[in-house]
Write a protein that binds this ligand. Sequence first.
Ligand SMILES: [Mg+2]
Length: 468
Amino acid sequence: MSRIAAVLLAAGEAARFGRPKQLIPWQGRPLILHTAGIPWSAGLDPVIVVLGAAAEQIAPLLEGQPLQVVRNYRWREGMGSSLCVGLAALPPRTEAVLFLTVDQPFVTPAHLRRLIAAWEAGASIAVTRWQRRRTVPALFDRRHFAQLAALQGDAGGRQLFDKATERPVEVEAGQPLLAADIDTPADYERLRARHPRPDLRGLRGVLCDMDGVLWHGLEPLPGLHDFFAFLRRHSLAFTLVTNNASKTPRQYVEKLRRFGIEIGEEAVLNSAIAAATYLHERRPNGGRVYPVGGPGVHAALREAGFTLVDEEARGADVVVVGWDPHLTWRKMARATLLIRNGAAFIGTNPDLTFPAEEGQVPGNGAQLAMLEAATGRKPTVVGKPETALYRQALARMGLRPQEVLVIGDRLDTDILGGVRLGAPTALLLSGVHGEEALRRALVHPDFVFDDLAALVAAWEEALKGGQR
Ligand SMILES: [Mg+2]
């Protein structure tokens, strides 16, 4: 659970549309799944979906998704009644709520994160400014919840941000269509053709996952050699990024060398090094760190100038948790005591499980969950799907998010991270997630390819033929 919940208003009858617009196809999925995926991708938790008209038809589509579905039986009374139902469903400790509507398909997770940043900077109401007016998505601090719940009729939250005694902070919509809504079938036809699709031709580099993309275990995957030849031929920058904190860049360089590919160590970034860099940026004078993790985590922290303390030592400013194959109760006890005493709490990566020979075993995310339960504190996570690891890779290459293609085989880490970063994304079906997972996912990649060979062929074609 995050401190901020999202409420997706999807109870309306769509009288001007003539049929439930929640169900119309958008990018190959029902519109409601598309728009519910936007706050979910931004990391808001819970995402509460308020259904009303046609709820019997719509609810089955949302089953099994990480969404909380609630019913507004009084949807005919207008949007005010849906605000009220949404607010009533908030967890008790929610500090702010972000309202969205189901018919705004161009809203981006990055825009929601800007609204959240405005709230974190002290705004009690943050609204979208689009075409010279204030509109949703809009975020309200908890001190407005009672007023919101008392609103009547169809104007909804707009009444509050028009009449509020506190002036809302306006967050400019970065894109011309960002807050456009679908009211009529004509809007739908006009807007569906304009969904922005990134152009492979303008890209200058890639952020690429390794396992499931370049290889599977000891086997190289189809197109591996062509991929690196393609990158070099077109002078595209690349960084190979992994959440795995236990192996060093040198080990990956050697693995690729065995497949006949030569790259430098600086082209590999793992979550242990990214965590050490993240800490170094915030504490340039070093400090005492208690590590829970393998040799990769220890080495990265030492190289970044930090003093490591062992489990008997009491003082540490920071606890860094990476996957630890020699985890003990004593280590977790020390980490718990330090975090409870105010030490910063950093996790290299949030992967709940780790693929071992026998199957899935506890990964770093499971270790973080144990410490979170024992301390009541949430870690700052550096690896995918958070964006610090990707941002460091971008900084190394001197590129901006929109200039790179994020390539991966996992929707919940690689692709979600790319979406949060604001970069174009490509899912390769050669690893963990296949067609079925893609159909059910709330996060959607811009491109889907069978493997690297198919990606290279499509990209080469785009560069040659001048088409997308
Ligand atoms: Mg992978």
